[in-house]
Design a protein around this ligand. Structure first.
Ligand SMILES: [Zn+2]
Length: 405
């Protein structure tokens, strides 16, 4: 009798404390994300920088995705993305077939890379590669990374902490960054028999977006790895938020057409800061500018399913000559870091090498960075505040660091 009661209690506790359970309840009754927020890609008059929202890492029927290229792009359009980065497995055939050119002037526009399978089934995103290049599967990670770099491309570690295919070779060098958020990894980690017991009713009552919002969690392991790689402010690694969208979910041997491309793309976007002049007119110039922003780390990623990020600034200003450094840039010790542009119900935290150094609930903060290191911002949205207590705080926006060295 006692043991069956303790079993029931254990099951009840597992359900109650399953990832996102209380957040989902809070989200249901208190917090409605503003999906109609202004599109960040539209610059305000006189503003030099434009925020382009990119849906990164998706598969079409060129590999194991459910939809052809126009279908995937239609999903990105429905989700409000400014561009889509298509990354089919081990092939650049869609690039050679002219899809990137065909959609160069559309909104969203299309960029094409590939996801290369390396030894042990881990993955490298190979971006900005020559169209003629085709990857070799199952090479050693270092060999694959070196090959991408030799071709002038951008290698990024994909699905670094995936349940099935984690990245193992952290001694490899030459990769430019990592998918700090991979939404498929997050879903795989949190969907299980217990969480399905409430995710399925949530899906029927509130739809797929409510389910995706319930899965939103801070990717602690990947954040810690990223902080370790950039610690000290000497070495630069870009962090991005990616989807791995297939519009197919395997449960057992069955395949279900969920979540749709549009639902996936709404969950996470990586936002790139581009000079306005680079975003108008020539598509080739815009493409170069996107890859340059990625290479530099002039980008941030966010759970857009919790609401579109506002136009905000995270800068280091040199007091002597007034020059401004943005995410991914370098500045000397003693520089003042400034964050502004967030509204009420946000918690801003500034981290140095992964440790919190300042926080604010007033929508902005300044901090004199005397100690060298990688300084980055995390913003959470919360539902309710009672004095010093926050309720329903959700991780929302993650910037790339400004490097003080
Ligand atoms: Zn993938």
């Amino acid at each position: 009798m006692a043991s069956s009661r303790s079993t029931k209690l254990r099951i009840a506790a597992s359900v109650l404390f399953a990832t996102g359970f209380f957040d989902a309840i809070a989200g249901r009754f208190l917090f409605e994300p503003r999906l109609t927020d202004p599109r960040p890609g539209i610059p305000l008059p006189g503003e030099e920088w434009v925020d382009l929202a990119g849906a990164i890492h998706a598969h079409s029927t060129y590999s194991d995705g459910a939809g052809d290229v126009p279908t995937v792009l239609a999903g990105a359009r429905e989700a409000g993305a400014d561009f889509l980065l298509l990354t089919d497995h081990n092939t650049q055939q869609p690039l050679r077939d002219g899809w990137e050119e065909k959609y160069a002037l559309s909104r969203p526009f299309l960029l094409i890379g590939t996801e290369v399978t390396v030894e042990h089934g881990a993955f490298v995103l190979a971006l900005d590669m020559p169209a003629a290049w085709e990857p070799t599967k199952a090479q050693k990670p270092q060999v694959a990374i070196d090959e991408v770099r030799a071709q002038g491309g951008l290698p990024l570690v994909s699905l670094p902490f995936d349940v099935k295919h984690p990245w193992r070779d952290w001694n490899a060098t030459g990769f430019e960054g990592l998918e700090v958020i991979n939404f498929s990894t997050i879903a795989r980690r949190h969907i299980n028999l217990l969480s399905l017991a409430w995710l399925i009713p949530l899906y029927h009552l509130r739809g797929m977006q409510a389910v995706l919002r319930a899965l939103v969690t801070r990717p602690d392991q990947a954040m810690a790895r990223w902080d370790g790689l950039t610690a000290g402010g000497e070495r630069h690694f870009v962090g991005i938020g990616a989807l791995d969208a297939h519009a197919l979910m395997k449960i057992g041997k069955k395949k279900y057409p969920i979540p749709s491309y549009a639902d996936s793309f709404r969950a996470v976007m990586t936002h790139f800061l581009l000079r306005r002049g680079d975003t108008e007119g020539d598509p080739e110039r815009r493409k170069r500018a996107v890859y340059d922003a990625l290479h530099t780390g002039r980008c941030y990623f966010s759970y857009d399913c919790l609401g579109r990020p506002p136009r905000f600034e995270f800068t280091a200003r040199n007091k002597t000559d007034g020059s401004v450094v943005r995410m991914g840039g370098d500045a000397p010790p003693g520089t003042e870091l400034a964050i502004s542009g967030f509204g009420a119900r946000t918690l801003i935290r500034l981290f140095r090498d992964g440790g919190p150094v300042a926080g604010s609930v007033t929508g902005g903060l300044t901090h004199r960075a005397d100690v060298p290191g990688a300084y980055r911002i995390e913003v959470s949205r919360y539902t309710l505040r009672l004095g010093p207590f926050f309720f329903g705080a959700r991780p929302w926006i993650f910037t790339n660091p400004i490097y003080i060295s």
